[in-house]
Design a protein around this ligand. Structure first.
Ligand SMILES: NC(=O)c1ccc[n+]([C@@H]2O[C@H](COP(=O)([O-])OP(=O)(O)OC[C@H]3O[C@@H](n4cnc5c(N)ncnc54)[C@H](OP(=O)(O)O)[C@@H]3O)[C@@H](O)[C@H]2O)c1
Length: 280
C-alpha cells in the first residue's frame, strides 16, 4: 500500500536539517503545517519557524516524532543516541528514519532503535544550503523501493542524489562530504594567484568562483571526460599548457588522489570504532 505521509519530524534543524526542510517543502513532499522541527535553543526554533512556516520548538523530540511518517535525525552525531532514546517508544516500525549524521553506520542507528524499520543513511554536503548539494544515500533492507524514491525526492530538491551501498560511504565522505573544503582551497589559491599577478580582489574572486562553477557545469552538461575538456583549452605552445606543466610538476592530481585515499581510510577507522563502541 502506498505510504501517506501526514507528518515529517526534523529533529535538529541546524544547517542540514533546515536545508532538508526547504527540500521537503520545495519537492511538495509535505506542506509547512505537516512539518515539525526541533532544535536545542528557542532562538533557533523561532528562526526556523519564521523562515519556513513550520512548527518548531526547542526540545520536544518525542512529541515531534509521535505520529510522524518520516523522522529525520539531523543533530550532531554525538547526540543521535540520546535523541533516539527520547523517541524510541513512539516509533512502531512503520516510520521511515533518515539519519544524516556523518560516520554513523546504519547498524548503529538500528541498534539504538531496537526494532526493524526502514533506516536511511544520507551523506549530504554543505552546498545543500544553496540547493546544489551532492548527497549519497544508503538504505537497510527494510526499506522498500517506494521508500527509496520518497527519500530521493526529498534530497533531490537540494541538489544531486546518488544511491550507494553503505560500504561506499567512507569514500563518499572523502569525496563529496569533505570535497567542498578542497575546492574552497582551490578557489582561494586561484584568487591569490590573481592577486599576485595584479588583479583586484573583487575581480580575482569573481573570476575564480565562476571558473570553478562554469567548468563543473560543462562537465555535467557535455558528459565529456574532464581530460577531453582540458585538452580543448590547450593550444600548442600556449599559456594553458605552461600552467599545466607546473601543476603536473607539483603533482596536483596525485595529491588529490592521495588526499581522498587518506580521508577514506580515516573515515573507515572511525566507522569501525563506532561499530565496536555500539556493540559494547
Ligand atoms: N554540515 C555539513 O557539511 C554536514 C555534512 C554531512 C553531514 N552532516 C551531518 O548533519 C548533522 C547536523 O550537522 P549541521 O552541520 O547541520 O549542525 P548544526 O547546524 O549544529 O545543527 C544541529 C542542530 O541540532 C540542534 N540540536 C542540538 N541538540 C538537540 C536536541 N537534543 N534535540 C533537537 N535538536 C538539537 C541544534 O540546535 P541549536 O541550533 O538550537 O543549537 C542545531 O540546530 C550532523 O550529524 C552532521 O554529521 C553535516
Amino acid at each position: 500500500m502506498a505510504r501517506v505521509i501526514e507528518r515529517i519530524a526534523v529533529l535538529g534543524a541546524g544547517n542540514m536539517g533546515a536545508a532538508l526542510i526547504g527540500g521537503i517543502l520545495k519537492a511538495g513532499v509535505a506542506r509547512p503545517e505537516q512539518v515539525v522541527a526541533t532544535t536545542h535553543s528557542a532562538e533557533r526554533a523561532a528562526e526556523v519557524s519564521a523562515k519556513y512556516g513550520v512548527r518548531a520548538a526547542a526540545g520536544g523530540n518525542r512529541a515531534a516524532a509521535e505520529g510522524a511518517g518520516i523522522v529525520i535525525l539531523a543533530v550532531k552525531p554525538g547526540k543521535i543516541a540520546g535523541v533516539i532514546e527520547e523517541i524510541r517508544e513512539v516509533l512502531d516500525g512503520r516510520q521511515i528514519v533518515i539519519s544524516v549524521a556523518a560516520a554513523m553506520p546504519i547498524k548503529v542507528v538500528e541498534r539504538e532503535l531496537g526494532r526493524r524499520m526502514p533506516v536511511f543513511r544520507a551523506m549530504p554536503n554543505i552546498p545543500v544550503v544553496v540547493e546544489e548539494g551532492a548527497t549519497a544515500v544508503a538504505a537497510n533492507d527494510a526499506a522498500s523501493d517506494e521508500d527509496k524514491e520518497l527519500v530521493a525526492r526529498i534530497v533531490r530538491a537540494v541538489g544531486v542524489v546518488v544511491q550507494v551501498e553503505e560500504e561506499a560511504m567512507d569514500a563518499v565522505t572523502a569525496l563529496s562530504g569533505s570535497g567542498p573544503a578542497y575546492i574552497y582551497m582551490v578557489i582561494e589559491a586561484l584568487i591569490a594567484g590573481g592577486l599576485k599577478m595584479g588583479l583586484s580582489h573583487e575581480v580575482a574572486t569573481r573570476l575564480a568562483e565562476q571558473t570553478v562553477l562554469g567548468a563543473a557545469k560543462l562537465v555535467r552538461e557535455t558528459g565529456a571526460h574532464p581530460a577531453i575538456l582540458r585538452d580543448q583549452v590547450i593550444t600548442p605552445g600556449g599559456v594553458t599548457i605552461s600552467a599545466i606543466h607546473e601543476l603536473e610538476r607539483h603533482g596536483l592530481r596525485a595529491m588529490l588522489i592521495s588526499a581522498l585515499e587518506t580521508a577514506t581510510n580515516h573515515s573507515r577507522s572511525r566507522t569501525r570504532a563506532m561499530l565496536d563502541q555500539s556493540k559494547n
